[in-house]
Design a protein around this ligand. Structure first.
Ligand SMILES: NC(=O)C1=CN([C@@H]2O[C@H](COP(=O)(O)OP(=O)(O)OC[C@H]3O[C@@H](n4cnc5c(N)ncnc54)[C@H](O)[C@@H]3O)[C@@H](O)[C@H]2O)C=CC1
Ligand SMILES: CC(=O)[C@](C)(O)C(=O)O
Ligand SMILES: [Mg+2]
Ligand SMILES: [Mg+2]
Length: 349
């Protein structure tokens, strides 16, 4: 395991060089990896494993859209695609990739098939960490671990196809066989991770829930909406407001941050912009820090997990989520964005 210096702190990471695909294939050669659920992570992880030569099967409800999607993706009913129970029975490693709320309902069925020596794999620390809310308590004689790709399953697949790799975290909750570590790292490489960093279930879920509610998804939409509205209220057009809030960020500036850090992006902007950004960033930090503290507290006390279980366990949760997404999509800001995107030269015919 490589020890790397992250801004002055030493941490363990697993790279593809020290744990190449051939080693992962060797570790998993006698395993049947059953991917249960074919939503967002399911396809990314199952297809990457298939392309990496791993013996992977998919478990999904028959007569569902995602069953048909699995077939379209090359999984074959009766060979590599099964009803959930049959996949659970065939799998030696169960990748539990239903939504976190749906994992609760199927848990009694999964539990039945966790015979000694099998492994239970998650892509989130949710079910185990919040077990008082989920009831997910695995038997002692199976390995339990996670590989959590740090991004959408869609990106996991896309980056794999581009020869790149999304980074993932991994954690071991229970090592019953003595082989949990080589199993989990082999799976991490097999699902297409670029590299793996170490964590535990609790830290994974606390940081993940904070991140997605915070800067990655929730906070960013909030900041966009606030700035857009101020510009609109001051008489700027939708296209101007959208460009100065979103388009320039995603098209020009964030790629520079991704490539070489914030100071590099700043350095490639005008001295006027640099002066202003350097003056203002701390005000935004100080204004939002209390909200982030509240958010972390809400995660750590189990309020966020309970809210997500309560709303996503309802039978009409999909319709309700879709309605809320529609509200975003139909807001003036994102409608303006749609027109702006259509003007990008690569989107014009
Ligand atoms: N969406 C993503 O890209 C990421 C997800 N994760 C984690 O990966 C896991 C899977 O998440 P997603 O792929 O987003 O799940 P999802 O919400 O896309 O659902 C996966 C599958 O569950 C099936 N399903 C829903 N309710 C069911 C039920 N009652 N019985 C049987 N099947 C049911 C759906 O048909 C779907 O095929 C979760 O633990 C999540 O937190 C982690 C990183 C990113
Ligand atoms: C994509 C990801 O890693 C998230 C945002 O945490 C999630 O989908 O749960
Ligand atoms: Mg998440
Ligand atoms: Mg995440």
């Amino acid at each position: 395991m490589a020890k790397l210096n992250f801004g002055g702190v030493e941490e363990n990471v697993v790279t593809r060089e020290e744990f190449p695909l051939a080693k992962a294939q060797e570790v998993l050669k006698n395993e049947t990896v059953a991917v249960i659920g074919y939503g967002v992570q399911g396809p990314g992880q199952a297809l990457n494993q298939k392309d990496n030569g791993i013996n992977v099967i998919v478990g999904q409800r028959k007569n569902s859209k995602t069953w048909d999607k699995a077939i379209a993706d090359g999984f074959v009913p009766g060979e590599t695609l099964f009803e959930i129970e049959e996949a659970l029975q065939r799998g030696t490693i169960i990748c539990y990739l239903l939504s976190d709320a749906a994992q609760i309902a199927l848990w009694p069925t999964v539990q039945k098939h966790l015979t000694p020596g099998k492994a239970l794999y998650f892509s989130h620390g949710f079910g185990i960490t919040f077990n008082e809310q989920t009831g997910i308590v695995p038997p002692k004689d199976v390995d339990v671990f996670l590989v959590a790709p740090k991004g959408s399953g869609t990106s996991l697949r896309r980056m794999f196809l581009q020869g790149r790799g999304l980074n993932s975290s991994y954690a071991i909750f229970q090592d019953a066989t003595g082989k949990a570590k080589e199993r989990v790292i082999a799976l991490g490489i097999a699902v297409g991770s670029g590299y793996l960093f170490e964590t535990d279930f609790r830290k994974e879920v606390y940081s993940d829930l904070t991140g997605e509610r915070g800067t990655l998804m929730g906070a960013i939409q909030g900041i966009f909406a606030a700035q857009y509205q101020v510009l609109r209220d001051k008489g700027h057009t939708p296209s101007e407001a959208f460009n100065e809030t979103v388009e320039e960020l995603t098209q020009s500036l964030m790629p520079l941050v991704a490539e070489n850090g914030m100071d590099w992006m700043y350095a490639n902007c005008s001295t006027t912009a640099q002066r202003g950004a350097l003056d203002w960033w701390k005000k935004f930090r100080d204004a939002t820090a209390p909200v982030f503290k509240d958010l972390y507290e809400s995660v750590a006390t189990g309020k966020e997990s309970q809210r997500s279980i309560d709303s996503n366990s309802q039978t009409d949760y999909r319709e309700k989520l879709d309605a809320e997404l529609k509200e975003l999509r139909e807001s003036e800001m994102w409608q303006a964005g749609k027109t702006v995107r259509s003007l990008r030269p690569e989107n014009q015919k």
